[in-house]
Ligand binder design. Structure first.
Ligand SMILES: [Fe+2]
Ligand SMILES: [Fe+2]
Length: 268
């Protein structure tokens, strides 16, 4: 059996700390693994509130290097210095969000977390990789579908080099559950990659961020059409999916579409 517990999210239903960030705790056949560390302020408090024994966490996977997924890394590694960390190349890249209506923001991994990462037991993932029984990391995801998966992301504050977020990856449970962090590779590219790398896994559930918050109508239509033909049973949209996009998908998809929140627990 595998359980998926949302530990940090932009929303909570259980009085847990809330922030713009994301963390999921997985338990697969008795092995506990964290995906991401949120923005930093909520992780340790929420783990404690949920009664998670830190010593039972045996692995950490980073979905990508953005601050809202890596900000709790220094505090977590201070408590668990031997924790193996799995991340794709590019996770330390300096990067910026250059939204047209907001000031340019540095959205890289925070400095103290970079230092902790440099001293950690890091495993670089360059391809689809089993992490522990029943759980795979997708590694970097080829962008083959032509899907629009852009955003206001750049490698420089002058907006000269778009950031392709090459380090973006998701987790796949052999039980048929896909767990993206922000899904900057695009959900269609991610699902196609899983289909090629794990053809025996029939994905019936997605739990995570889909980063559709600025998606235009065409992208939403294409995403919905792809998800609908997949025959999903459940979509738990979290973090950066966007409330309007969630409502829109709920109208279009015949599967259950839920808004995720910290404290939520799913069993497969
Ligand atoms: Fe995010
Ligand atoms: Fe992100």
């Amino acid at each position: 059996m595998c359980t998926v517990r949302i530990v940090v999210d932009n929303q909570t239903r259980r009085g847990l700390a809330v922030e713009h960030g994301f963390t999921v705790l997985l338990d697969s056949h008795g092995e506990q693994l964290l995906l991401d560390t949120g923005a930093g302020a909520a992780l340790m408090d929420n783990l404690a509130s949920l009664g998670v024994e830190l010593g039972s966490i045996k692995r950490l996977v980073l979905s990508h290097g953005h601050w809202d997924h890596t900000g709790g890394l220094a505090e977590l590694l201070a408590a668990l210095p031997d924790l193996p960390v799995f991340a794709a190349p590019g996770v330390l890249q300096e990067r910026f969000s250059c939204h047209p209506e907001r000031p340019v923001r540095d959205v890289s991994m925070p400095a103290e977390c970079r230092r902790a990462y440099a001293a950690a037991r890091v495993h670089e993932l360059t391809g689809f990789t089993p992490i522990c029984p029943g759980i795979f990391a997708t590694g970097p995801i080829p962008r083959l579908s032509g899907e629009d998966c852009g955003g206001p992301f750049y490698l420089d504050a002058a907006k000269e080099q778009p950031d392709p977020l090459v380090d973006d990856q998701s987790l796949l449970l052999a039980a048929g559950v896909l767990i993206p962090g922000c899904c900057h590779s695009g959900i269609i590219n991610t699902l196609e990659h899983c289909r090629r790398c794990a053809p025996g896994v029939k994905i019936h559930t997605i739990i995570g961020g889909l980063h559709l918050v600025h998606a235009d109508q065409e992208r939403l239509e294409r995403t919905a059409a792809y998800l609908q033909q997949l025959g999903l049973r459940r979509l738990v949209a979290c973090h950066c999916t966007g409330e309007e996009a969630i409502a829109w998908l709920r109208d279009r998809l015949s599967c259950e579409v839920l808004t995720g929140a910290s404290g939520d627990l799913y069993e497969y």
